[in-house]
Design a binder for this molecule. Structure first.
Ligand code: ADP
Length: 629
């Protein structure tokens, strides 16, 4: 709840709407105790007094009644009727929607066809017909407005309910023996309430307008009682001669509806779970950079050189240190593996290279990434745009979510080339076919016109690789490109990447959590834990003689085919939350070799030749830092 209010307060327009609405509501609620003149007392001697007249701050109407007093009492009435209609429509409409969506089948058909019939009427005609049948009066106007809005809620909520009713947790509740009523109230309703609140917050303003409309036509509140709509209606004949009598209620309706709508939009955004973790704004095209410490000097080594890179996420008051002083070099034509458990910071490291971490909430707070002597972290956005997908390309884990579902794969490949190079249509098509052939897609000429969903997972990933190769990049950053594939396809994709690397002299930063994949493809490997590199070295050496206890335990978790039966020792516990890292070694709480010194303070990455280990008591004495030996 506090999080919701804080998110809402961050949206300034919603906050302004909320404040204005609160002021209006408080004044309207306090009408009986405010020193106002009686709203219905006429005084024909004082007709049409202008605003700021003696004793009448907003002037008087055609019967000499005080406009300020009528405005406040009228607002009170309009707000009450509008809110009451919204609550009634929401309760009845949502109940219909939930029942229809949950039970489905014939019940759904009968109920929703009835709702559709109501929706087929123009709503204002329907409201007029209801009031005509019931007779004019504010209560009947309220019933009419609520009734015409019931279908809106019923349709909305039914749609959401259908989606939820088919989910496994509802099946589980049913299997646990819960009855329909219990499932509806304890399982379904809590998941639907945010949608009801959102629908209500965005329709209350509309309902106030509809009630005002009916009153304006003389079908709502009856004289001498007036709501804002009937005040407008009565002032209609004096619109030209005494415009203030229309302006006063008109402006109030405008202010109420605007403030409710702004607040409603804010409520909708704040209740959207996808927006909770980030700010309410769209991510910027490049990650924000706020480097506090000294910036490492260039030009850097190899094709790509990450130096003391630091990336954080600022979510509310919490700071997630996803990448901490990561230094890593990828040589020309070299394949370097970055390995670690989920959440260890591998993807954020990879995305930080091209400033692709979404901001907010991501911020690069330190370090540099050198490519051909230039620091990419400090680079301008247009430089990055030129390099992205051209010199430095990415392959992501799930091609189904990265490929455009409504575009043919050939068009997507062509687009990847066209944004960087001016190439004619025919040449683009030829190049797209070549690329598909290069990644060993059979029948490339016909496959080029396929949509992503028409291809298998392995084929889609090949298209992803083809897209990365489209502009002959120097560096490919592959973020778990084979995780979603079965082992035979995975082996083919890895072999393909290896061939391409050798043919084209590509440098590859390969992110994975699988040591088998690293062994097959990578020259060197860096092991990440809780945002830090804890070990680095040539793949064979690290696999044969791991230096860090974490690496040893990770390798021990990999089953070995043909290696006989052995027990796999899972690493107990979970990686630490990166917003509350322990003072010393982040692995200490899970390590079987922890001593007091491990918990004292930060531990440096000790380099010995081509190996580096961040441990006071490594597996092999050759890696041990001098101080601890
Ligand atoms: P990996 O790729 O190793 O599985 P990630 O690089 O995706 O891990 O994530 C590293 C850490 O960054 C995680 O612990 C996660 O909590 C944090 N993180 C990633 N994205 C966000 C985000 N948008 N907001 C807050 N924290 C995030």
């Amino acid at each position: 709840m506090i999080g919701f209010v804080r998110l809402l307060a961050r949206n300034q327009l919603a906050l302004a709407g909320g404040v204005v609405l609160a002021i209006v509501v408080v004044i309207a609620a306090a009408a009986p105790i405010l020193p106002l003149q009686a709203p219905q007392v006429t005084n024909t001697a004082d007709r049409f007094l202008p605003p700021f007249s003696d004793g009448h701050l907003l002037g008087t109407d055609h019967l000499g009644r005080d406009l300020l007093s009528r405005l406040i009492w009228g607002t009170r009435l309009s707000l009450s009727v509008g809110f009451a209609a919204a609550v009634i429509a929401a309760v009845i409409g949502s109940a219909i929607g939930i029942v229809a969506g949950y039970f489905g089948g014939r019940i759904d058909n009968v109920v929703m066809r009835g709702v559709d019939m109501l929706m087929a009427f123009p709503y204002i005609l329907l409201a007029l017909a209801i009031v005509a049948a019931l007779g004019p009066g504010l209560l009947n106007a309220l019933i009419a407005v609520a009734a015409v809005n019931i279908p809106f809620f019923a349709r909305n909520i039914r749609g959401v309910t259908v989606g939820i009713a088919g989910r496994e947790f509802i099946d589980a509740a049913r299997l646990s023996g819960k009855g329909h009523l219990a499932i509806l109230t304890t399982e379904l309703l809590p998941n639907v309430v945010p949608v009801i609140v959102i629908a209500m917050s965005t329709t209350v303003g509309w309902m106030i307008l509809e009630t005002a409309g009916l009153s304006f036509l003389g079908l709502g509140s009856q004289p001498p009682v007036a709501d804002l709509g009937s005040m407008l209606g009565e002032a209609r004949s004096a619109l030209i001669t005494n415009p203030h009598t229309s302006l006063v209620p008109g402006l109030m309706i405008f202010v109420i509806v605007m403030s409710i709508n702004l607040l409603g939009d804010g409520v909708r955004d704040a209740l959207d779970p996808r927006l909770r973790s980030g700010a309410l704004s769209r991510p910027q095209p490049a990650t924000t950079v706020r480097r506090t410490g000294p910036v490492p000097d260039g030009p850097g080594a190899g094709a790509l050189d990450l130096q003391r890179l630091e990336t954080r996420f600022h979510v509310g008051r919490r700071v997630f240190r996803a990448v901490n002083e990561v230094s890593l070099t990828v040589g020309r034509g070299e394949c370097v593996g970055l390995i670690g458990e989920s959440g260890s910071g591998k993807s954020v490291t990879a995305l930080s290279v091209m400033k692709l971490v979404s901001s907010p909430p991501g911020v690069i707070t330190g370090g540099a990434v050198f490519r051909e002597g230039d620091d990419l972290v400090g680079a301008r956005h247009d430089t990055l745009r030129r390099l992205r997908g051209d010199r430095v390309a990415y392959i992501f884990q799930d091609p189904l979510s990265t490929l455009h579902p409504l575009m043919r794969v050939g068009d997507q490949l062509a687009e990847a080339i066209r944004v960087h190079h001016a190439v004619g249509r025919d040449a683009l098509r030829r190049r797209a076919v070549e690329l598909l052939k290069a990644v060993r897609i059979p029948n490339a000429e016909s496959r080029i016109d396929a949509y992503p969903h028409q291809l298998s997972g392995g084929m889609r990933q090949r298209v992803g690789i083809a897209m990365a190769l489209a502009n002959d990049p120097d560096i490919i950053i592959a973020d778990e490109p084979t995780t979603a594939l079965d082992v035979t396809v995975q082996a083919q994709i890895l072999a393909l990447l290896d061939d391409l690397r050798r043919e084209r002299g590509l440098s590859i930063l390969f992110i994975t959590h699988d040591f088998g994949v690293v062994a097959q493809l990578c020259d060197r490997v860096a092991v990440m834990y809780a945002g830090q590199i804890v070990e680095e070295g040539p793949t064979g050496e690290v696999l044969d003689r791991p230096g860090h206890p974490y690496t040893r335990r990770l390798i021990a978790c990999v089953p070995e085919l043909g290696g006989g039966r052995r027990q796999l020792h899972a690493i107990p516990g979970l990686p630490p939350a990166v917003d509350a890292l322990p003072a010393g070694c982040a692995f200490a709480p899970r390590c079987d070799k922890t001593r007091d010194a491990c918990r004292q303070g930060p531990i440096a990455l000790e380099r010995r030749g081509r190996r580096a280990v961040r441990c006071l008591y490594p597996e092999h004495a050759a890696h041990a830092p001098e101080a601890a030996q």
